[in-house]
Design a protein around this ligand. Structure first.
Ligand code: PXG
Length: 448
């Protein structure tokens, strides 16, 4: 594929960067040495100078069908011309209903209700609220406690931040987090599981047993447990084999809802449409966003079992059943993008393509094991992580340095702490895997 037309694109040096306070970015460091992207097509980003950068992170884990898909562009522009916005409160428009029905068709059986949001953070807060409302509607209003997990990331709303377990995200707001929240231990155990391929085999199921201890401590006040099937933002922490089953069993034993946060793992990332299918373990609700529109338009959705929804449909018919929603829930343009995205996913079989690439991906990543400072490599589906050792004195800077070096060498990769995280678009081919791994080897070899 050719680079997009560069006419009218200004060189990075011309951009006034003073006004935009960038999210989750060291603003001063970035603006002193910016990395700008101004175009994208297929597997590649392009810089204003016309440099090609292979996208090894699907944007921020969202561009699963690759960049610049014409079908999505056409659907969005058609929809903007036909119906740019429609209220979703007490009014409907065809696309939101149609998209919800299509989503339910690709979801695992039984997840036949969908609530639309605009982001992963909103999906998480929505799922937590639905869980609370569900228990209340069934006469179990004492179930108010929410359980997350250390090193989890569930977005930046007060709910998601509270159940989240990223220390830096919580510290600044520590006195304003939700009450009645507790956490399970994370599942990362490099002493037993470093360089595991796929699901770690060497133990760790007992991390799930911590939920029994929380039940003993909190009694029947727990409403829901929320976990990411793979904790991606803190470095792709893959749970050990059997862990998910154990968590499900304990939730069942104690009447606790299990929520999977599939904002990243949804829509084919693990080689199955949703992670619950990869693990063979069903949650009661699951959250999505990102890949739902191929990242083209903000949209999120919470999927739930019919029984969760139905429990709230018991009051007077003239009463609002859930006092919750967003101005842009079911936005027509987002739904148009989502429908076009689903068409692509289904036609190109992208929701299961990862399964056929998983082994090649795994072998390629693990070939980096002998690079300097590599202390762990992890993978699942088309996710990968390369963890580097901290520098002497504990300084955590190697992965950042690698990310900068990789971008300059033509590969976009995420980093968190000492870990590089990989999640390329699911259209990737062997040549892309080779290029990503070869460049990574070169860059890592140059970092002391
Ligand atoms: N849940 C999960 C599991 C996520 O990964 C969110 C919720 C929040 O989604 P929104 O759309 O509100 O951002 C996320 C987001 C990274 C990275 O580099 C990860 C996310 C976002 C940005 C960067 O790992 N995940």
């Amino acid at each position: 594929m050719n680079a997009p037309d560069r006419a009218g694109i200004r060189p990075a040096a011309d951009i006034d960067m003073s006004s935009w306070w960038m999210p989750f970015t060291a603003n001063r460091q970035f603006k002193a040495r910016p990395r700008i992207i101004s175009g994208a097509k297929g597997m590649y980003y392009y810089t204003p100078e016309g440099r090609e950068v292979i996208d090894a992170s699907a944007g921020l884990w969202c561009v699963n069908a690759g960049h610049g898909r014409q079908e999505i562009t056409d659907a969005v522009s058609r929809q903007l011309a036909e119906l740019d916005y429609a209220p979703g409160f007490n009014m409907g428009h065809p696309l939101a209903f149609q998209f919800a029905s299509r989503l339910v068709e690709v979801a695992p059986a039984g997840f036949d209700k969908v609530f639309f949001t605009n982001s992963g953070s909103e999906s998480v807060d929505t799922a937590l609220k639905i869980a609370l409302a569900y228990h209340r509607a069934r006469g179990e209003g004492h179930r108010t406690r929410l359980i997350g997990r250390e090193r989890g990331y569930h977005g930046v709303g007060f709910g998601g931040m509270s159940v989240g377990g990223m220390v830096a995200n919580r510290r600044m707001f520590a006195n304003s987090l939700l009450p009645h929240v507790d956490h399970l231990p994370h599942t990362h155990d490099p002493s037993r599981n470093a360089f595991s391929r796929g699901l770690p085999e060497h133990g760790g199921i007992e991390f799930a047993d911590a939920l029994e201890r929380l039940v003993a401590l909190h009694g029947d006040t727990i409403a829901a447990v929320i976990v990411e099937p793979v904790a991606c933002s803190t470095g792709a922490l893959v749970p050990p084999r059997g862990y998910m089953e154990r968590l499900r069993a304990i939730c069942d034993r104690h009447g606790i809802l299990l929520i999977f946060d599939e904002v990243i793992t949804g829509f084919g990332r693990l080689g199955t449409p949703f992670a619950s299918q990869y693990f063979g373990v069903e949650p009661d609700l699951f959250t999505t966003a990102k890949g739902i529109t191929n990242g083209a338009v903000p949209l999120g959705a919470v999927f739930m079992k019919g029984a969760i929804h139905d429990a709230l449909m018991t009051g007077p018919e003239a009463m609002i059943e859930l006092f919750h929603g967003y101005t842009y829930s079911g936005h027509p343009v987002a739904c148009a993008a989502g429908l076009a995205t689903l068409d692509i996913y289904q036609r190109e079989k992208l929701l299961t393509r990862g399964a056929s690439l998983e082994k090649e991906w795994e072998d390629a990543l693990h070939s980096l094991r002998d690079c300097p400072n590599v202390v762990d490599i992890r993978n699942l589906g088309i996710i990968g992580a390369i963890e580097l050792a901290p520098r002497e004195g504990g300084e955590v800077s190697r992965a950042y340095e690698a990310m900068v070096g990789l971008f300059e060498a033509g590969v976009l990769m995420r980093y968190t702490g000492d870990t590089l995280a990989l999640s390329p678009p699911l259209i990737l081919e062997s040549e892309h895997i080779g290029r990503i791994v070869d460049t990574t080897r070169k860059v890592l070899s140059g970092i002391s």
